[in-house]
Design a protein. Structure first.
Length: 61
């Protein structure tokens, strides 16, 4: 009988956290310009993705 309100409060607290963390991150960090995002993608994320692809394909052999 007391278990149901507690589980409801826990669910609402989790939902609040999942909403609050991205909003607070977006408020505190500066905006990234489009050229900064493109540089990040080409210079950082693409080599990491290709390394991950090579690692997973070599482990499958």
């Amino acid at each position: 009988s007391l278990e149901q309100p507690i589980s409801l409060l826990i669910t609402l607290a989790k939902a609040y956290l999942f909403l609050f963390i991205p909003i607070s991150t977006r408020w505190t960090l500066p905006r990234l310009r489009m050229d900064q995002l493109l540089n990040l993608g080409w210079k950082s994320l693409l080599p990491i993705a290709l390394g991950n692809l090579l690692l997973t394909t070599s482990s499958q052999l």
